[in-house]
Design a protein around this ligand. Structure first.
Ligand SMILES: [Zn+2]
Length: 363
């Protein structure tokens, strides 16, 4: 019996030292980035108090970005401007008169899009909005620019050049919605043409596997080309991403991206909320494999947090605490949260983040 107690003690001690059971107020989470926005004088001081190190906004307005940078400097917070394949309006504004090259889907996927759009039920029948689907065919409801079209690459390069020149104090650029509307591939003419050319070079690969491999390879290349371009404009620029929408053939492909901070989903927003086991496992993979392809890569565990919604169930402070514990248990050191604004507006949730990230001397 005494031996059993000693064994139990030894096992529990090892679990604590391996980070499987994080002690309250003591954990390996040291860096927090938030996706959001708002008035700099309102969000920056509160974000800094909560323990945020960086804020990522979707704006490309130099006046706003420079004001945010100024406030960020006062509170030692880095600011990122995020690009998105869903910025169809920004594309139209930059290239008036030219038709945005949108991704295309097949009949089944288009029917799914229609079904999802028409579903007004609370929780939208467990639709996951670009996260790993739990039910029948899911697609993203937002149209996305096709990453195989040269106009899309040209558009993003122009955006990166203009933003980094007009707001030189930015810590970096971020990439969001860099993926496929149907979570697998694009079926437009240009993508079909490039896929056919790719297949000619790889005749040994089956049609299905070729579509997956081509789609992943070109998605990775698109990210890496733009990251390299940003570094050519500003050598010390940092690139942050959130791998989204999910790429179903390989959800955790983020370490293939030659970026600085690669956020991959560790705890998604919607019900059914992910199990603690899944959150810890994803966090472990995101962190353990972060430098498998590129030395600069830092894996970041992304947690989705909504505290209020008329459309779907949301997380409370206790749920958020358990998820952050599960992320810490996976060994992660960096976390991204979306939406930062939801974290800041719910005092109980904000305090949970502050417990994990506040007051660790990183300010
Ligand atoms: Zn396409």
């Amino acid at each position: 019996m005494r031996n059993f107690a000693l064994l139990l003690f030894a096992v529990l001690s090892s679990l604590v030292s391996w980070g499987c059971l994080p002690e309250a107020g003591k954990n390996n989470l040291v860096h927090l980035a938030g996706w959001g926005g708002g008035k700099p004088e309102e969000i920056v001081p509160l974000a800094a108090d909560t323990g945020f190190d960086e804020i990522i906004v979707w704006s490309n307005d130099p006046a706003y970005l420079n004001m945010l940078v100024e406030w960020g400097n006062k509170f030692n917070l880095g600011i990122y401007s995020s690009l998105s394949l869903s910025h169809v309006d920004r594309f139209k504004k930059r290239f008036p008169g030219s038709e945005p090259p949108l991704q295309a889907m097949n009949e089944k996927e288009t029917a799914a899009l229609q079904r999802i759009k028409e579903d007004k039920s609370f929780g939208k029948s467990s639709y996951q909005y670009g996260g790993e689907p739990v039910g029948e065919t899911e697609v993203l409801t937002s149209p996305l620019l096709c990453l195989h079209c040269p106009e899309t690459l040209a558009y993003f390069k122009a955006e990166i050049g203009d933003i980094l020149t007009a707001a030189p104090g930015l810590t970096g650029m971020a990439f969001d919605y860099f993926g496929y509307q149907n979570y697998r591939c694009c079926r437009c003419e240009q993508s079909a043409k490039l896929l056919a050319e790719w297949r000619e070079k790889h005749p040994e690969i089956t049609a299905e596997k070729a579509e997956e491999a081509f789609s992943l390879e070109t998605l990775v290349e698109f990210n890496n080309q733009l990251a390299a371009y940003a570094r050519s404009v500003k050598p010390d620029v940092k690139i942050a991403t959130h791998v989204y929408p999910v790429f179903l053939p390989e959800p955790l492909y983020g370490n293939r991206l030659d970026v600085d901070y690669c956020g991959q989903t560790a705890a998604w927003f919607f019900e059914p909320f992910w199990s603690m086991g899944k959150i810890t496992e994803y966090s472990r993979i995101i962190t353990r494999d972060e430098k498998k392809y590129f030395p600069r890569g830092e894996g970041v565990a992304m947690i989705g947090v909504y505290v209020e919604s008329k459309a779907h169930p949301v997380k409370n402070a206790e749920r958020v605490r358990l998820e952050l514990q599960a992320i810490a248990a996976g060994g992660a050191d960096r976390v991204q949260v979306c939406s930062m604004n939801h974290v800041l507006k719910d005092e109980a949730v904000r305090q949970v983040f502050k417990e994990f990230f506040g007051g660790k001397g990183n300010k």
